[in-house]
Design a protein around this ligand. Structure first.
Ligand code: SF4
Length: 445
C-alpha cells in the first residue's frame, strides 16, 4: 500500500512485506558450444527485493540491462541462473498452466505507445484481449470491465470502437495502462512509460500511475533513464551499469548523498537549480565495454573516476591514467578481433596491416602529455606485441602492469548505511573513500 507524502505526490511504502525477491539473477544471451562467441551478459548476478506497495526504480544508461531485468522478472525472458520469488513462489520454475495463471498477477507497460498497440484492433479489442486469453468472465462482463478500465485511465466509453491511430501519444499510453490492469495484477513493470511523451503529457501519465497505484494497491517496477522522473515517483531506486546493480537505496537518501562513483557521475548530469553550485558534471571517458567481454573485476573499472590505482603508480597525473585506460580499451577491442585465414597468411608474409593504426591511437592518447619513461616503456612493449599480431598478450601485459583490485576482483555489495548498498572496493577501510578521491582527482581540492 502507499500514501502521498507532504505535498509531494511521491508514494511511500508503508508496508515492509516483501513481494518480490530476486537472488543472483543472470540473463545471458548467446549460443553454447565449443566455437560459440562468449555470451552477452545482459544481467549479471543481481539480487534485490521489492516491497509490496512500493515503486522500485531501475535507472541506468541505455544498454545497462534494466529492460532485460524487467522482462526477466516477468518471465518474458528465461533466467539463465538465479531465482525470482513472487510472494514466496519461485516463478523461474513455473511452466505451462502455472506460468499462465501467475502472469495474471504481473503485467507490463511498454515504452513506445506508437508501436506497442496493434493498429488493426479497436481499443475495446486491445483491452479485452488479456481477459479473453484468461477466460475472464462472459462477453457482457468483459465489455463492462473494459468500459470501467477506460474510465479509470481517463478515457471515454465512446473510445471503445476507435483505433489506436486516432489517439495522441498520451492517450495511447492510457490504453496500454488499461490493458495492463485488465486482469487486476499485483505487480506492474513500467518500462520507460513516459519517455516517448511530451513533458506536459508525462506529468499527467505519472499522476495517473500514482492514482492507480493507490486505488488498486499496485506494486511497480519503474524503469527509466530520466533521473528526475525516478526521483519524483520512486520509493527506492537501483542504479544499473553493464548488467550490474551499482547502488541501491531509498530514493531521497541516494539522490542526496550518492555513495558509488557511478551514481555520482550519473547524478552529476542532472541540471542543478542553484547556478552557484560548484560541483561540476563528471564526464565519463570512453564508452561502456561490450557486455560480451565485461571487465573481470568491477564492471565500471574502465571508466571510473575513482578507480583504485596500483600503489607504485598512484601519483601518475590524471591525464596519463586517462590515456592508459583509453589505450587499454583499444587493446581490449583488438584482442577480440578474430582474424580470418587471409589475415593470418598476411601476418606470416609481413603484410598484415590490421593493427597499423595503433601508433596513431598512441599518439592521440599520449602525444600532447608528459608520460614518465617507465610508463612509456610499457606502452611501447604493448604496441610491439600488437604489431606482431598478439593483442591478447598486450592486453594481459597491460593488465599485469597497470591493473589493480578494481580490474581483478569483483567488489562486494556493501552496506553504506540506512538500508543503502553500494558495489565498490572503496567502501572498505584499506582505501581512500569515494568523496576524498573525487575531491582530489575531479575537483582538484
Ligand atoms: S570498485 Fe573500483 S572501479 Fe569500481 S566503482 Fe569502485 S573504485 Fe570504481
Amino acid at each position: 500500500m502507499s500514501q502521498t507524502v507532504e505535498g509531494s505526490s511521491r508514494q511511500t511504502a508503508t508496508a515492509s512485506e516483501t513481494l518480490i525477491e530476486v537472488e543472483n539473477l543472470k540473463k545471458y544471451y548467446g549460443d553454447s558450444g565449443l566455437l560459440a562467441e562468449p555470451p552477452v551478459k545482459a544481467v549479471d548476478d543481481v539480487s534485490f527485493d521489492i516491497k509490496r506497495g512500493e515503486t522500485f526504480g531501475l535507472v541506468g544508461e541505455s544498454g545497462s540491462g534494466k529492460s532485460t531485468l524487467g522482462r526477466t522478472l516477468l518471465q518474458l525472458e528465461t533466467a539463465t541462473e538465479g531465482t525470482v520469488s513472487f510472494a514466496g513462489t519461485d516463478i523461474t520454475e513455473l511452466q505451462g498452466k502455472d506460468l499462465k495463471e501467475w502472469r495474471r498477477n504481473a503485467q507490463m507497460v511498454f515504452q513506445d505507445p506508437e508501436s506497442s498497440l496493434n493498429d488493426r484492433m479497436t481499443v475495446g479489442e486491445i483491452i479485452r484481449e488479456p481477459l479473453e486469453a484468461h477466460n475472464w468472465g462472459n462477453k457482457k462482463e468483459r465489455r463492462e470491465r473494459v468500459m470501467d478500465l477506460l474510465s479509470e485511465v481517463g478515457l471515454q466509453e465512446e473510445h471503445y470502437f476507435r483505433y489506436p491511430h486516432q489517439f495522441s501519444g498520451g492517450q495511447r499510453q492510457r490504453i496500454g495502462i488499461a490493458r495492463s490492469l485488465a486482469l487486476e495484477p499485483e505487480f506492474v513493470v513500467l518500462d520507460e512509460p513516459v519517455s516517448a511523451l511530451d513533458v506536459s503529457v508525462q506529468a499527467k501519465i505519472i499522476t495517473l500511475l500514482e492514482d492507480l497505484q493507490e486505488e488498486f494497491d499496485l506494486t511497480y517496477l519503474f524503469i527509466a533513464h530520466d533521473l528526475s522522473v525516478v526521483r519524483h515517483i520512486c520509493d527506492r531506486v537501483a542504479v544499473m551499469y553493464l548488467g550490474k546493480i551499482m547502488e541501491l537505496g531509498e530514493t531521497e537518501s541516494l539522490y542526496e548523498n550518492p555513495e558509488n562513483p557511478y551514481t555520482r557521475a550519473l547524478l552529476s548530469a542532472i541540471p542543478r537549480p542553484d547556478p552557484t553550485a560548484t560541483r561540476a558534471r563528471i564526464t565519463l571517458p570512453g564508452t561502456p565495454p561490450s557486455p560480451r567481454d565485461p571487465p573481470k573485476g568491477c564492471q565500471f573499472s574502465t571508466r571510473c573516476p575513482a578507480k583504485i590505482y596500483p600503489a607504485e603508480y598512484d601519483d601518475l597525473p590524471n591525464e596519463v591514467w586517462d590515456g592508459l585506460e583509453r589505450f587499454r580499451e583499444i587493446v581490449r577491442e583488438r584482442s577480440r578481433l578474430s582474424l580470418s585465414t587471409k589475415d593470418r597468411v598476411a601476418r606470416q608474409l609481413g603484410m598484415f596491416s590490421k593493427y597499423d593504426d595503433i601508433d596513431e591511437a598512441v599518439n592521440d592518447f599520449f602525444g600532447d602529455i608528459d608520460v614518465p619513461s617507465d610508463v612509456d616503456e610499457h606502452i611501447d612493449a604493448a604496441v610491439e606485441m600488437i604489431k606482431d599480431g598478439h593483442p591478447g598478450d598486450a592486453r594481459e601485459y597491460l593488465l599485469d602492469e597497470f591493473g589493480s583490485i578494481c580490474d581483478h576482483e569483483r567488489p562486494a555489495f556493501t552496506s553504506v548505511g540506512d538500508d543503502r548498498q553500494s558495489y565498490c572496493h572503496r567502501h572498505v577501510d584499506d582505501y581512500e573513500d569515494v568523496d576524498t578521491v573525487l575531491d582530489r582527482r575531479v575537483y582538484g581540492e
